[in-house]
Design a protein. Structure first.
Length: 670
């Protein structure tokens, strides 16, 4: 049974001018955060192996309760994430296909597309595709695309003129997806002009497990009566969402853009979320599921609408903190009760800023300054303490600028560096064009990182200067607004109009003398900088402009002359209170003993972990639900009062046997 402490004893509250505020102050905030820390958040991070929380503006805490030591993600299986869907339901994997799935072949008749289960046949030579008619595009462009369709040249690319009219580009992308579903279209910049490049996806072939891929005609022949989307549950281990989507697209020989999801999930974790796939037969997904490494698909059904980024209600976390050194359980209970009752500062966590010696926000700053060669250099520059093929690849490129030689030593899998090298090989010194070869979602990640850096720093200063209470000039959101945050990266379709996630339909309210009594600190939002948002009507706006000026930027810089990098901005709550908070202590002896069950564990009938009386080691298991885009590590930071950077956590992590079960595929796990 999870321990449920009563609410923590009320501490001194920040109630100046606002009787509704209910946040413990403890040590005055101005004393808790040194002024020099606010003013000297590193403008440049020295080239070290890793950087710390203070380097990216993460400085303050809500409570002054003492922390304790515990290891976050000693094993990725200690971090379980279950999506909370748009109906408020926690998503679980409840069924999976059998390991042996018959071959699937789509049989097309004159008026009907049906699915039959057939035994594998010998591969036959593919027929020359029939030219496609497409009334949505000019005849000349359709002719060029049909030449591409019938060509056997795998490197052939058709270039369509698009110009700066975004609506026109959206129309072209949609037409290609509809009429030429075995093709992929990408907007790139060539000689300062935007064009759309179209290439053919790899031809269908027999995949692992005897699964026969159907032809590109299948999706065009789809009957919409059952719904245009197959919605399913994606369970993954130690793999981020984009990697999982790329793998699925590769296995099914389809454009990754046919998949939609409500949000990205952690890599070093076991996560469950829902995905929709446009006009993909569930039999194809069922057949490919058993062949996937550390991924499972299940719970297939057809629906009318796709998922959208930001559509989910949040995520439920089940987390184990291992090697807890605090012997007094009452102190742990007080810290957890404080998190439950008062919450945490809604900082962007360390994952937002990368894991190498060069933070991702440095790249974002270069993009905003249109310093394209610097952008490429920051991504490709050799990193201290990096080793292996990637380090050798970086060294070759840095010393010789020889893309071909660097690519020869780079692993043949998707990565930012490999894609960038391919772009450099193709575009030469057109660094903007080379960078544009990276998926748009990833490119925007760098810009969002810079916004997050500014937000963290400004929030720390706001708390330092004004404390944990609303002040005149703060911004709050109308109650009618849906609190959907902001920088949920959009996968790169041209018709994603908003570069910063969902937009609020209503303007924020400015706190003034007449309404300040109506709000608490939990209502206050901080602007994520952009060219189309309000800024607090107090000294906060000047802090933003000061930080931008140090980077040779202004608020207008977010408008960016290259519109695909323009950032409108949005708003994010400063403080968050998690819901459904429970916790429990465990004793254990074996550092690899599972202490929390995943969905796959439950499907396989694994018994619930039990505390071992007299165990030498202590762990804290906690569960909580957070809104979208909130970082669970920042909630843990409030409890532990310790740095959550990977470098610090690694220093606490005892050496584990590299051959632990976490390195094995799921099918081999006990």
């Amino acid at each position: 049974m999870a321990e449920q402490e009563p609410a923590v004893k009320k501490m001194k509250l920040a109630v100046k001018g606002n009787g509704n505020a209910a946040v413990p102050v403890g040590v005055p905030v101005k004393d808790a955060i040194k002024t020099e820390e606010i003013e000297n958040v590193k403008e440049e991070i020295e080239e070290v192996e890793h950087f710390k929380e203070t380097d990216v503006g993460i400085l303050a805490f809500i409570s002054d309760l003492p922390g304790f030591q515990g290891i976050i993600k000693q094993r990725f299986s200690d971090f379980i994430v279950n999506e909370v869907n748009e109906k408020g339901e926690v998503v679980h994997l409840t069924s999976t296909p059998a390991k042996t799935v018959p071959d699937v072949e789509i049989i097309k008749t004159e008026n009907l597309t049906s699915t039959e289960i057939k035994e594998p046949e010998e591969e036959s030579k593919p027929a020359v595709p029939t030219p496609v008619k497409c009334s949505q595009l000019p005849d000349a462009e359709v002719d060029e695309l049909n030449k591409l369709l019938q060509s056997t040249d795998k490197s052939m690319i058709v270039t369509l003129q698009a110009g700066d009219d975004k609506e026109k580009r959206c129309h072209i992308h949609r037409a290609i997806r509809t009429c030429f579903s075995n093709m992929e279209s990408t907007t790139v910049e060539v000689d300062g002009q935007k064009v759309i490049q179209v290439k053919k996806l790899p031809p269908p072939k027999k995949a692992k497990g005897g699964f026969r891929q159907g032809s590109y005609h299948q999706r065009r022949s789809w009957s919409s009566e059952q719904g245009d989307y197959c919605r399913f549950t994606l369970y993954k281990e130690n793999k981020d969402t984009m990697d999982a989507i790329f793998k699925l697209a590769h296995m099914l020989h389809v454009n990754k853009g046919i998949f939609q999801y409500g949000g990205t999930k952690d890599r070093r974790a076991k996560t469950t979320q829902e995905v929709t796939a446009y006009k993909v037969w569930k039999e194809k997904l069922e057949a490919v599921s058993p062949t996937l490494w550390n991924m499972k698909l299940g719970d297939f059904r057809y629906v009318d609408k796709p998922l959208r980024l930001g559509q989910i209600c949040g995520n439920k976390f089940s987390i184990v903190l291992r090697n807890v050194t605090e012997p007094d359980d009452s102190k742990i209970n007080k810290a957890m009760a404080s998190l439950r009752d008062f919450g945490f500062i809604n900082y962007f966590g360390m994952q937002r800023f990368g894991t190498t010696s060069i933070p991702t926000y440095h790249v974002g700053r270069a993009i905003l300054n249109s310093e394209w060669e610097e952008t490429v250099n920051l991504i490709m520059k050799p990193r201290p303490w990096e080793y292996g093929e990637i380090a050798e690849c970086r060294r070759i490129w840095w010393d010789k600028r020889d893309c071909s030689a660097a690519l020869k030593v780079y692993p043949k899998r998707f990565s930012i560096e490999r894609t960038l090298l391919q772009g450099l090989k193709k575009n030469g010194k057109n660094f903007c064009g080379a960078f544009g070869m990276i998926p748009r979602n990833t490119r925007l990640m760098y810009l969002h990182s810079y916004q997050s850096y500014i937000w963290n720093c400004v929030v720390s200063r706001r708390i330092h200067e004004f404390g944990m209470r609303p002040v005149i000039g703060d911004l709050v959101l109308p109650q009618e607004s849906t609190d959907v945050d902001l920088n949920q990266e959009h996968e790169g379709e041209e018709d994603d109009d908003d570069n910063n996630g969902k937009r609020f339909q209503m303007q924020p309210i400015v706190v003034d003398e007449s309404n300040i009594k109506d709000y608490t600190i939990y209502d206050v939002v901080m602007t994520i900088p952009g060219f189309d948002v309000m800024y607090p009507e107090n000294s906060v706006k000047s802090w933003v402009t000061e930080m931008l000026e140090k980077d040779k930027l202004t608020i207008e810089s977010f408008r960016h002359k290259n519109r695909q990098y323009a950032l409108k901005g949005t708003y994010r709550k400063m403080l968050i209170r998690p819901t459904d908070v429970t916790w429990q202590m465990y004793k254990y002896d074996d550092v690899v003993q599972p202490l929390v069950l995943s969905d796959m564990d439950r499907l396989e009938g694994v018994p619930e972990p039990q505390s071992i009386p007299g165990g030498a080691l202590k762990a804290l298991k906690l569960e909580m639900t957070l809104p979208p885009s909130c970082y669970a590590t920042m909630a843990l930071r409030e409890v532990l009062k310790m740095d959550t950077s990977s470098a610090h956590q690694s220093s606490l992590n005892p050496t584990l046997d590299v051959n632990t079960s976490e390195d094995k595929p799921m099918d081999t796990l006990a």
